[in-house]
Design a protein around this ligand. Structure first.
Ligand SMILES: [Zn+2]
Length: 101
């Protein structure tokens, strides 16, 4: 175990989500505590594991191999990612559905 927190993997999180993520809040699925990703504890071995700062439960597991990131998020009850643009609530496909005569 290291003394690293989520700030140590800010670059990895940015690569995965396409934006700065250390200020994003997540709720632990194991204990229900809400915290910033910056506050998670980090274990680095063959992969990277973000652990809940309260209970130590695994929140996010990332393994990178051959340019592919495999992501498992067993410990996120919620992850509140801010959107850069409003998202339409239309079901996917509504805008491209062809009209019939
Ligand atoms: Zn927890």
């Amino acid at each position: 175990m290291t003394g690293w927190d989520g700030n140590a993997v800010a670059g990895l999180l940015y690569d995965l989500f396409g934006q700065e993520m250390t200020g994003v809040g997540a709720t632990c699925a194991h204990c229900g505590r809400r915290s910033l990703l910056a506050r998670t504890r980090v274990f680095r071995g063959p992969g990277t594991v973000l652990l809940c700062p309260a209970c130590g439960g695994s929140m996010l597991v990332v393994c990178v191999r051959d340019g592919i990131a495999c992501v498992d998020a067993p410990g996120f009850a919620t992850l509140a990612v801010p959107l850069r643009e409003p998202v339409s609530l239309r079901p996917v496909g509504d805008q491209s559905r062809p009209r019939t005569a």
